[in-house]
Design a protein around this ligand. Structure first.
Ligand code: PMP
Length: 307
């Protein structure tokens, strides 16, 4: 996806022109992958103006990820929250994708070093529907990847670190080369984990099932919102290991993520899902997007106005 440049980037506490937010080739994060990050959406809402979705939860996850990898954060959570709002506003964006990076910078070599400064940047740029309007309505074709997600006790899948996306890259490239929109990764034990950049939900006999955290998933903030909203709609939602064949037997499947929002799955490995009707996923899409149109009451304080 091409980058749409904006004017200003928040870089270590200062607003700098887009072209000046650069880093050295010997940056620790480039050499060893020591970068944790967040991807967040801001929506243009008619009732509250431009708002960031679940900003606090994203920043909490960023700090949690940094802690796991011993990356000291030189800013407070509140400073990063303020920077995220400011960067959308300063760039005159009504809706945006906000990317926050916290990475070990230039200083020393060696994967274990604790002496590199942390380089923090907050970037915002325009971003539309990730998979396209048609995908939102019709659902997407996915396949089960031949690549497994990282096993528990190896590289932590529950941490949002740049290196985890090497797995996502392999899964998505394989899927796209074979004519699918996205690939689903299995966990180390062959149970279902998640999409390359999305959490997965199966609907079976009116119940909604999603793999647990221990199935090498990233604990998605949209996943959490979907669970809360589905329960709000009266559905039973359970976190449970899913055998691969459950994908083919599902009545409905949908994916969630900041980029994918709530996206229906039309087929898995060319096997059509259910009858082609998606009452549960449709109602969830409606209540989810209603948060941004104002039709769904934001009881949880998930929208933070940028101004
Ligand atoms: N799993 C992976 C691997 C992801 O990259 C993402 C996107 N961040 C998700 C799940 C969904 O997480 P969230 O809803 O917090 O964006």
């Amino acid at each position: 996806m091409p980058i749409k440049e904006t004017e200003t980037i928040w870089h270590n506490g200062k607003l700098v022109p887009w072209a000046n937010a650069t880093t050295h080739v010997m940056t620790h994060a480039l050499l060893y992958g020591t970068c944790v990050f967040e991807g967040i959406r801001a929506y243009d809402t008619p009732h509250k103006g431009p708002c960031v979705f679940r900003l606090k939860e994203h920043i909490d996850r960023l700090f949690y990820s940094a802690r796991v990898y011993h990356i000291d954060m030189p800013f407070s959570e509140q400073e990063i929250i303020d920077a995220s709002r400011e960067i959308v506003h300063k760039n005159g964006l009504a809706s945006a994708y906000i990317r926050i990076n916290a990475n070990l910078g230039y200083g020393e070599v060696g994967p274990y070093t604790l002496n590199c400064p942390t380089d923090v940047s907050v970037i915002a740029f325009p971003w539309d529907t990730y998979l396209g309007e048609e995908a939102m309505k019709q659902g997407i074709r996915v396949c089960v990847s031949s690549w497994r997600r990282s096993a528990p006790g190896t590289i932590p899948a529950g941490v949002k670190a740049a290196g985890n996306y090497l797995s996502s890259r392999l899964i998505t490239i394989e899927a796209k080369r074979n004519g699918y929109v996205e690939g689903i990764g299995l966990a180390h034990d062959g149970t279902v984990s998640e999409g390359a950049g999305e959490n997965l939900f199966v609907v079976k006999n009116g119940r909604i099932i999603t793999p647990p955290h221990a199935a090498s998933i990233l604990g998605g903030i949209t996943r959490d919102a979907a669970i809360i909203l589905a329960r709000e709609l009266g559905y039973e939602v359970i976190e449970q290991s899913l055998a691969r064949e459950m994908l083919y037997a599902a009545d409905e499947i949908f994916l969630t993520g900041t980029a994918a929002e709530v996206t229906k799955v039309q087929s898995v490995d060319d096997i059509k899902i259910g009858t082609g009707d998606y009452p549960v996923s449709d109602s969830l899409q409606k209540i989810f997007f209603g948060l941004f149109s104002g039709e769904t009451e934001d009881k949880w304080d998930w929208l933070t106005p940028v101004e």
